[in-house]
Design a protein around this ligand. Structure first.
Ligand SMILES: [Zn+2]
Length: 441
């Protein structure tokens, strides 16, 4: 009896604080609207980035005008809470192997301005563009239902749901183009964000969020993947050298974003099976979070766990009894709804949380305690120290330490764990965890 009592206490103290708002957001995401939007996107015939831009019914021009119009309609329902515009860059055939002719690569952007931190952004992206078997072929039908109308429809649906709330930080919903020929749209927007001096919390790149039947025969509507690179590619040699002595090989900013998403899903959607994958993207393949990572912004890829290669980048045809093509009927909308909700609740949580500390110092060499010191941030009610075994993928231990800027964890030996700090607001919303970036001697 006594043992049981202790056990119950433990469960109450370690379970994370939850918010009704987040559960409401999950419930509001509509499977039916996702189905309608993916259907509409497939009906533009092809959305190849280099396809027709004049027609009102076919090609990427018609598709992006429809997406822009959807965001504008959503905005009307929230007293013009979205700033909707095109962001574009010109790409040339010259110097680009997979560009058939010069063209504007046009992204559709919708910004929901934050009430307290308008210059801080959490981004959800899908892609407007699709491709046929030959990526240079911009006329053949390429419905791109799963790749990537699913991610695009997810971003539109997340805007519908989250625009009914106000958040402290800004949320950016975006349809990117030029993915299939070299990640042009993402590169353009990442550069735009850098030029504007945006403070990017991170980008959640959704690329293929609707397939549940894998090429390997596995059918699974609960598991999904979160890809994150280990450390930023633009770190300095000094940072690389320091890591050898202080650790952090698997603790870059994108990895912390991945862990944040993993934790939010485990808390609010326990039926789901988030699978962190410790790599930038799939083996030798790319996605639109990468150009953000290239510039030092946190970014992850969220996608299905089981891909089906006969249904991506394929002309519609039947060969040896196999139906090839990325068509509407292969998308599972119950699953796409779940993954859209994954995005929505993470953006809602991050946009409700205070900024993370930027400087976190750690010390405690040959001592029986670990010391941490960080800069305080406006809007934080207090801070939470997290730590974990060096081999654990998740932050398994934590301690809320109130509104202080330094703390010693007594009896914890620095050598045996990794540590991090998150800001916490009055309602319990937490920032991404920051891995120490300074050493205290
Ligand atoms: Zn693709």
């Amino acid at each position: 009896m006594k043992a049981l009592f202790l056990c119950l206490i433990a469960v109450t103290t370690i379970s994370a604080q939850t918010h009704q708002k987040i559960y409401d957001i999950i419930d509001t995401v509509s499977e039916e609207r996702l189905r309608e939007d993916v259907k509409t996107l497939t009906e533009f015939g092809t959305r190849n980035t280099f396809s027709d831009t004049i027609s009102t019914t076919r090609g990427i021009g018609a598709a992006r005008r429809w997406i822009k119009n959807e965001f504008e309609t959503i905005s009307k329902d929230c007293e013009n809470c979205l700033n909707v515009f095109y962001q574009k860059d010109f790409v040339t055939k010259e110097g680009n192997r997979r560009v058939p002719h010069d063209a504007w690569v046009v992204n559709v952007i919708a910004i929901q301005k934050g009430t307290t931190y308008p210059n801080r952004y959490i981004i959800m992206s899908g892609d407007i563009d699709s491709r046929a078997s030959d990526t240079m072929d911009f006329t053949t039908d390429a419905p791109g239902a799963n790749d990537n109308a699913s991610g695009m429809a997810g971003a539109i649906e997340a805007a519908r749901v989250l625009s009914q709330y106000k958040f402290e930080s800004s949320i950016l919903y975006v349809g990117l183009s030029g993915e299939e020929q070299g990640l042009f749209g993402g590169a353009g927007l990442a550069k735009y964000a850098q030029d504007k001096g945006w403070d990017i919390i991170g980008i959640l790149n959704n690329d293929m969020i609707g397939n549940i039947e894998g090429i390997d025969g596995v059918i699974d509507n609960r598991t999904f993947r979160i890809f994150s690179e280990p450390v930023p590619p633009n770190e300095t040699q000094q940072q690389r050298t320091a890591r050898r002595f202080y650790g952090g090989e698997v603790d870059g900013i994108s990895r912390q974003l991945a862990r944040y998403v993993h934790n939010t899903v485990k808390t609010y959607m326990p039926e789901m099976n988030p699978m962190m994958v410790y790599r930038l993207d799939r083996f030798g393949r790319g996605g639109h979070h990468r150009p953000f990572n290239d510039l030092g912004f946190p970014g992850i890829r969220i996608m299905e766990a089981h891909e089906n290669y006969t249904q991506q980048h394929q002309d519609i045809r039947t060969e040896n009894g196999i139906n090839y093509g990325d068509t509407f009927e292969h998308v599972n909308f119950g699953y796409a709804k779940k993954l859209t909700a994954v995005n929505a609740i993470n953006m809602a949580s991050l946009a409700s949380a205070p900024p993370a500390p930027t400087t976190v110092a750690i010390g405690g060499i040959v001592e029986a305690s670990v010391k941490l010191k960080w800069n305080t941030v406006d809007g934080a009610k207090g801070y939470k120290i997290y730590w974990r075994d060096t081999t654990s993928p998740t932050w398994d231990y934590s301690r809320y330490v109130g509104n202080v800027n330094e703390f010693s964890l007594e009896g914890i030996v620095i050598d045996n764990f990794y540590f991090g700090i998150a800001s916490v607001d009055k309602d319990g919303f937490e920032s991404v965890i920051v891995f120490p970036n300074e050493i205290m001697r």
